[in-house]
Design a protein around this ligand. Sequence first.
Ligand code: ZN
Length: 340
Amino acid sequence: MDPGEKILSKILSMDQMDGWVAAEKAAGRRIGFTCGSFDLLHAGHVQYLGAAHALCDRLLVAVNSDASVSRYKNPLRPIVPERERMYVVAGLAAVDAVTLMEEDRPLSLLLRWKPDVYIKGGDYAEDSLRSADAVKEYGGKVAVVKSDFETSSSKLMERIGVLGAHAVPDSALSQGVQGLVLLDRDGTLIRNVPFLHDPAKVEILQGVIDGLLKLQAAGLRLAIISNQQGIGLGYYTVQDFIAVNQRLLRELGARGVRISKIYFCPHSLAEQCSCRKPATGMIVRAMRDFGVTPERTFVAGDSDEDMQAGADAGCQTVRMAEKGFGPAAEQILSLLRAVE
Ligand SMILES: [Zn+2]
């Protein structure tokens, strides 16, 4: 069996797990059970699963489904999809079998398989007391394993977020920041696809790369401001939106273009928020974040909403010409020269 197959063979459906548990119990082996999201696997997980395995003969791990993680943890999580999280957990020597947990809490799985030991990681949360009581009721044991490591998935996320919020230091030779360009996304940087949510449909428009490189070289910072009513209407998710941006940033990055930040309005028109263009919310926030004045902020877009939002915020506005992004970039550069 190749290593990949061996890992996959540990991943079982609920029905398969029924058979696995019965066979292990029949062979006289003690089953240990634990569960979690295991989103960004770290040293604490590995230590905890190793300790859990030491408490039983066979360790069964139930991995929370994507939907359950979104529900009980954070609507933006998980980072890693369930199929891959299960694979990573199954790849650990301490783990003997893995299944997907659709529910937020393990109670029904505990009652289904009645493991000899139910192992909890870290803090003994209130809501797990009910599960623990149920385990004790059928004669099982409950064990809590504490981690020696400070790391957690949430702390890693925070660290990544903090790193992302820091500007990469400019090289000593480059010019100071001259201003900010706030770019509409759909119809300005990429071809306008109504309610775009498929990264494969990202198509950077003509002249965009060269134009952005020129703006960057002139000392302008680049950020995106985008209305995404499709999220508010339920046509696609924030995750879909992020996946599209990831594709766009990867393609721009490969050509040397750096987008510093992405502002988006996820609301529908009916929500009457202050961020959806032509409202000025995103622009005002961006100017504050970058510490630039309206005279040195250039709003580039293809719609009346973009132009009105820019004008209402007191910024300079540039509308995409039919000829593409190139002439718009030139116009921004001449506006920049005029304020110098
Ligand atoms: Zn909004």
